[in-house]
Design a binder for this molecule. Structure first.
Ligand code: GLC
Length: 424
């Protein structure tokens, strides 16, 4: 990883924010495509985007309490609506009752709380008159789609795309992370081709981005290799490696309930314990977690999002040092556990609390002291000789090199208990 990107692996946890006109529809950020809503109909939402309770400072504080160190906001999603004041379009927050640059306010608020700032920017644009209709476009089943596309110019759209990226990277100060979304070369529909690097002008676009913001991190969705890979809505089963076998920097982007945009009737909320396990599992494999919230059409986090962030924050408050600046360990964790390591501190995250003992292969003689991380209470250590016979309350031997922990019967009252091992 490039030295100027070191903050990213130190951070490990960030907030993703999907917000825009679809927040008013409140039924998933792809509502325009899913329901094949023509642009001129979808535009009506502009009139209702009042966001009268928009207070990004409260978002930033909630992110900080949750232990998040950076945040990424949708500057424009696939529907083409821009949350910033662009000289290249009126299809923006400036044409809504709110009428101010919501992105600028977001950037100031998050920086004000000491978080790093990233921008999500959609390569797709279902509103732009030059964006050729394709597999994902709301007009994909239009009876005269070929005629529609005859007057559309990918070249003009490309200029628009590059122009707006230049606005974003010159109008808001230092930007730490750029999350483009997404490329689908070869994924045609009827006779409508997919879109990839040559459509977006990705090589030129990336060169411009690096010129304007040399220290920025760019993701892997330009149909070109990026500074990291971005698995989405699944947990990688191990550290992510490239074709050459080399480890890759990665960040899993995850939702609280399956939808990125506010989805009013969706009750598929992930419990806090699961969110913590996903975070820890990722760090144990060298990855970050970018956890999404979808603010409402009034501009605030809904109650279940606030609860999830508060619950995550309660755990991070006492266990943050097992995540921030931590990464994979050389040691292999026992079943239903994960190791994260930061220097000579090894953190054992226990996903299912066993009765009485936990045996750690390969750690005999390597640990000077152990404690529960939440209250610093000591955990007893012993090495059970391989040939020891089991008798009554005395357990049988463990394989050579095994360190055994003596655990309290009751699991600590935290989302995921952590045992901090001080390595010799
Ligand atoms: C997927 C979703 C898109 C979302 C993105 C976030 O591509 O379709 O709506 O913005 O993931 O990673």
């Amino acid at each position: 990883m490039r030295p100027e990107h070191a903050w990213f692996s130190e951070a490990r946890l960030g907030m993703f924010v999907h917000w825009g006109l679809y927040s008013l529809a409140a039924r998933h950020e792809w509502v325009m495509s899913r329901e094949q809503i023509p642009p001129e109909d979808y535009e009506r939402y502009l009139r209702y985007f009042e966001i009268d309770r928009y207070d990004p400072r409260s978002w930033a504080r909630a992110a900080k309490v949750a232990g998040m160190r950076y945040a990424v906001l949708t500057t424009k999603h696939h529907d083409g609506f821009c949350l910033f004041d662009s000289a290249l379009t009126d299809y923006s927050v400036m044409s809504t009752p709110y009428g101010r640059d919501a992105l600028a306010k977001f950037v100031d608020a998050f920086r004000g709380e000491g978080l790093r700032v990233g921008f999500y920017h959609s390569l797709l644009d279902w509103h732009h008159p030059d964006f050729p209709v394709d597999a994902h476009h709301p007009l994909r089943d239009h009876p005269a789609v070929a005629e529609l596309n005859a007057s559309r110019s990918m070249e003009r759209y490309r200029d628009y795309l590059h122009g707006q990226v230049r606005e974003l990277l010159t109008g808001y100060g230092r930007i730490d992370y750029l999350f483009f979304d997404f490329s689908y070369p070869g994924r045609g529909y009827r006779d409508l081709p997919g879109k990839g690097a040559s459509d977006w002008g990705s090589v030129e676009l990336l060169a411009m981005v690096r010129e304007l913001q040399p220290d920025i991190i760019v993701n892997d969705r330009l149909d070109l290799p990026g500074d990291l890979v971005t698995p989405e809505q699944y947990q990688p089963s191990g550290p992510m490696v490239g074709a050459d076998g080399e480890p890759l920097v990665w960040e899993a982007c995850q939702t609280l309930n399956g939808s990125w945009g506010y989805d009013r009737d969706n009750r598929d909320d992930k419990p806090v314990e699961l969110l913590v396990r996903m975070l820890v599992d990722g760090v144990s494999k060298g990855g970050n977690l970018l956890l999404n919230v979808g603010p409402t059409g009034r501009g605030e986090l809904d109650p279940s999002a606030r609860q999830a962030l508060a619950g995550l924050g309660e755990w991070m408050d006492r266990h943050g040092r097992s995540v921030h600046g931590a990464g994979p360990s050389v040691f292999e964790a026992p079943a239903d556990c994960r190791y994260t390591q930061r220097g000579d501190r090894l953190y054992l995250h226990v996903f299912s609390w066993p009765f009485g003992h936990l045996h750690l292969p390969g750690l005999a003689g390597r640990v000077a002291y152990a404690q529960l991380l939440d209250d610093a209470s000591e955990i007893g250590l012993e090495e059970i000789a391989p040939h020891q016979q089991a008798q009554n309350v005395r357990p049988g031997g463990q394989p050579a090199g095994t360190l055994t922990l003596r655990l309290p019967t009751r699991q600590p009252a935290v989302a995921v208990p952590v045992i901090e091992l001080f390595l010799r």
